[in-house]
Design a protein around this ligand. Structure first.
Ligand code: HH2
Length: 292
């Protein structure tokens, strides 16, 4: 699949649109709990320029309660089935559970967004068995308590080491290296200072040789800096994109796809003094369906 072919990576970050199928999501307040509305939202994000969609049924925001496995499956499966059939872009499943990952991959997803990392060997086996890709995310602690007292000796060195070890373990277990993405897990057991150190040094993670995924969209650290509530953090989310500007292969996980695409196109135009096209990894050209 083209998504995992390093040679077809566009000259810009890939944009992963967020489709939350959760009633308690911190940023969109569960507005898309109804699965048909979640599907419609995903299709809107593709029209706005998303290169892939990330579907999640369990909120991992700080303080969130875990969801029963059957409930998580009931939330995500119909949405993934529909989007895999209709969206025309790859789908990832945002989950910590091997069974949810397996069912989602069989329903048409092609990437596991492993927000708890690959500590559970059956998650690795699932990725391997289904020939999927995996994004390995660093998280200190559990969502319910991870923000109580995050602590590191050297946050950057520890997370680079964690991601390096996790990626080489995944390779040793047989996962195709082209199908591994790495993510420092902004806000997942990190203070503001930890997040800023990571954002300023993503090149250290990129040096490991894998695509780097950044999930900063509307997150709490933006509010800690500017004082703005979650519904008013689009400008801060765009500013955070500067953290991936010079990375060879980056993916940005965002709620606001149209704003992100516009930001990245203008940034690209200035850097290269040319008007870019918005080409997807499969070579197809995105065209805005809302002409001026
Ligand atoms: N952040 C969230 C969820 N999934 N996946 C990756 N790879 N990286 C992230 O930083 C990341 C993630 C939390 O953000 P959000 O989806 O907006 O909130 P919630 O999961 O509570 O709906």
């Amino acid at each position: 699949m083209e998504l995992f072919d390093p040679d077809t990576w566009p000259a810009r970050p890939l944009v992963m649109g967020i489709v939350n199928v959760t009633p308690d999501s911190f940023s969109d307040g569960g507005r898309f709990l109804d699965w048909e509305r979640a599907v419609a939202h995903g299709l809107d994000l593709v029209r706005e320029g998303a290169d892939l969609l990330d579907v999640g049924g369990e909120s991992t925001r700080p303080g969130a309660d875990p969801v029963a496995p059957e409930e998580e499956l009931e939330r995500v499966l119909p949405v993934i089935e529909c989007l895999a059939a209709e969206a025309g872009v790859p789908i990832s499943v945002d989950t910590r559970r091997p069974n949810v990952a397996r069912r989602a991959l069989r329903a048409g997803a092609s990437l596991v967004n492993a927000v708890g990392g690959l500590a559970d060997p059956s998650l690795t086996n699932t990725v391997l068995g289904e020939g999927a890709g995996v994004c390995i995310v660093h998280m200190q602690g559990e969502p319910g308590t991870m923000q109580e007292a995050p602590s590191y000796g050297n946050v950057l060195a520890e997370i680079v080491e964690f991601l390096r070890d996790a990626a080489s373990q995944a390779r040793d277990d047989g996962i195709d290296p082209d199908r591994i993405w790495l993510d420092p897990g902004i806000g997942f057991g990190k203070t503001l200072d930890h997040n800023l150190q990571l954002l300023a040094n993503l090149d250290r993670i990129a040096e490991l040789g894998y695509p780097v995924l950044l999930g900063a969209s509307r997150k709490r650290f933006i509010g800690s800096i500017s004082g703005d509530p979650v519904g008013e953090r689009v400008p801060g989310s765009l500013a955070a994109l500067s953290a991936v500007r010079d990375l060879p292969r980056a993916v940005v996980r965002v709620h606001d796809v149209a704003a992100t695409r516009q930001f990245l196109m203008v940034e690209h135009a200035i850097a290269r003094r040319e008007v870019p096209t918005w080409e997807r990894p499969d070579g197809s050209l995105h065209r805005l369906s809302r002409p001026e």
